[in-house]
Write a protein that binds this ligand. Sequence first.
Ligand SMILES: Nc1ncnc2c1ncn2[C@@H]1O[C@H](COP(=O)(O)OP(=O)(O)OP(=O)(O)O)[C@@H](O)[C@H]1O
Length: 301
Amino acid sequence: MNASEPALALTGVRKSYGPVTAVRGVDLRIEPGEIVALLGPNGAGKSTLNEMILGLIRPDAGRVRVFGSDPLTAVRDGRVGAMLQAGALLSDCTVRELLGLMHGLYAHPLPLDEVIERAELAGFLKTRTERLSGGQAQRVRYALALLPDPELMILDEPTVAMDVELRRRFWTSMRDVTAGDRTVLFATHYLEEADQAADRIVVLAAGSVVADGSGDMIKSRVSGKIIGLAADPALDLELISALPGVVRVARVGARLELTCDDSDRALRALLERQPAAREIEVTAASLEDAFLALTTEERVA
Ligand SMILES: Nc1ncnc2c1ncn2[C@@H]1O[C@H](COP(=O)(O)OP(=O)(O)OP(=O)(O)O)[C@@H](O)[C@H]1O
């Protein structure tokens, strides 16, 4: 590998399924050792992007390079480990048998004991794969991704089906595993998790990158606040959406939430033009609010 070669380089990558454009012109460069979260709502194109990085599907246009080579070569050389959402585990065998089988396929695998310890599999090595709980199956998938001792790990929603405590331990293990030079790209719906576990967050919406930076940088994109108020039938929603300073309006139960980039201006205009507004509350935007505002803006555009 050339020392200056990025772990991952995507240039103008596009992919459509019939009339649906899943990924529309993505440019992304990830350096060795970076831990990057790929954040996006359902259907944003995260899995499609991951599948192209792994060489499982080919882009319609653009180029994907993994350590300077094509994805399949990088995967074949054991440089990439993957944990996919839909990855069914081989059935009719125990966890230990599955690990042993896969261990034999790689040229320079991590020692099995180390993988078992890191993925916390000791308690169910004799369990047949079809009997695993959702969280256990995720840990086995994680172990399989680690086995080749990969330089790049692609993890598609790795902590789905894990409870809060397991999720916390999973990220602790990931931090140990990546303490060296390993690069990680993980897709998640858990925004706080992205903020805590990643050095960098790439926000994907409708197949395009709409933000790329640290959690703080993403939050600062929506530096404003949320104005909450009772969803009174007398209110004119269209007018509220168009108020100056309002980025987005959402109904949450019996309340409306206005995401604002200028809450002072929005509040003044709201009181002036919608005197029926009541039970008004102004709160700071969370990372989740920032994410929703970013991805919604893109859809409206
Ligand atoms: N094999 C396929 N055939 C047809 N359409 C597909 C296929 N795979 C994905 N799509 C469509 O492409 C778009 C992007 O899907 P993708 O699964 O990549 O998004 P995602 O961000 O991973 O979503 P999720 O968070 O729900 O997993 C969606 O509109 C989806 O319906």
